[in-house]
Design a protein around this ligand. Structure first.
Ligand SMILES: *[C@@H]1O[C@H](CO)[C@@H](O)[C@H](O)[C@H]1NC(C)=O
Length: 288
């Protein structure tokens, strides 16, 4: 979620947390306003969303240029995005889940279906070949959504996903892999994991809180088994080792208003996390 402009005054009391270790300045890839989420295509081009624009930006990290990949007609802003089939992405636009297909020229966007009862859809993750997971930050739940039929149902809901106080944002970033859903709750300053049934997507046990003292927005899996979390008002990207007995956050990069991340997919940049933030897209090189 991009919160710098509207909610920064509310964050004053919420930003204390884990002391962070020395930081690496990130390299700016392109300057764009208020990037909400990023994904990387198989060809290495970066896709970036903005909650106030129907434009899906496409960024060339080598040339450091950006252009419009596609305008998602019917949406007024875009948030979570993830690839569910090779070069085919699902993206949230309001209450609608859109399919953006780069296997055709020009790329094509179509509304799959609207989740009519949604309150505030924000995070989206791939789940399997035919479905994605969609987090409702307002309701504090997760839907499994079929990208072919548009059929959807709630598969998880937990107090750790609920919004705090009057701000309609609870669960924010979500990423699923290998039977585990990792998620942040932005205003609870928390990061969690929850087992999901790998077939039905249904919650299959109790959640574990990884931390509750550091703001987390969207997250991404690294090529090294580590998880990376953007910390928004903490202006950083942190690394977490999910196999550690007590996983903790280690700062690996400094990005103002970091909202999201996604790793490079070519030989030259598979160790680079592209981080969306308040002023564009940045590159943070990590150890793999
Ligand atoms: C999921 O499991 C596969 C196969 O063991 C592994 O290659 C991959 O790194 C795992 N992903 C995550 C994010 O743990």
């Amino acid at each position: 979620m991009f919160i710098q402009t509207i909610l920064l005054p509310l964050l004053a009391g919420l930003t204390q947390g884990t002391p962070l270790t020395p930081r690496q300045a990130a390299t700016q890839v392109v300057r764009l306003s208020s990037i909400e989420n990023v994904a990387v295509r198989p060809n290495g081009l970066i896709l970036a969303t903005n909650m106030n624009q129907a434009t899906l930006h496409q960024i060339d990290p080598v040339a450091k240029t950006s252009s419009t990949a596609v305008t998602v007609s019917g949406a007024s802003g875009l948030s979570g995005i993830a690839e569910f089939a090779p070069d085919v992405f699902a993206v949230i636009g309001g209450k609608g889940i859109y399919r953006v297909d780069f296997t055709v020229t020009p790329p094509k966007s179509t509304l799959i279906k609207t989740i009519t009862e949604a309150s505030n859809l924000n995070g989206l993750s791939a789940f399997d070949a035919t479905s994605v997971l969609v987090a409702d930050a307002g309701k504090g739940n997760v839907y499994k959504f079929d990208v072919n039929t548009g059929a959807y149902s709630e598969v998880a809901k937990d107090p750790t996903m609920a919004p705090t106080g009057g701000i309609p944002f609870g669960i924010d970033g979500i990423r699923y892999a290998n039977g585990t859903l990792w998620y942040t709750n932005i205003f609870k300053n928390s990061f969690h994991k929850l087992p999901l049934d790998p077939v039905t997507g249904k919650s299959a046990g109790a959640q574990t809180t990884i931390w509750s003292n550091l703001m987390g927005d969207d997250l991404c899996f690294g090529p090294n088994g580590k998880i990376y979390v953007s910390t928004n008002s903490r202006n950083s990207l942190v690394e977490v080792d999910p196999t550690a007995a007590r996983p903790s956050a280690v700062q690996v990069g400094s990005v103002t208003g970091s909202t999201s991340c996604s790793f490079g997919r070519t030989e030259r940049d598979r160790n680079v996390a592209y981080v969306g933030g308040g002023q564009g897209v940045f590159a943070v090189t990590v150890k793999i």
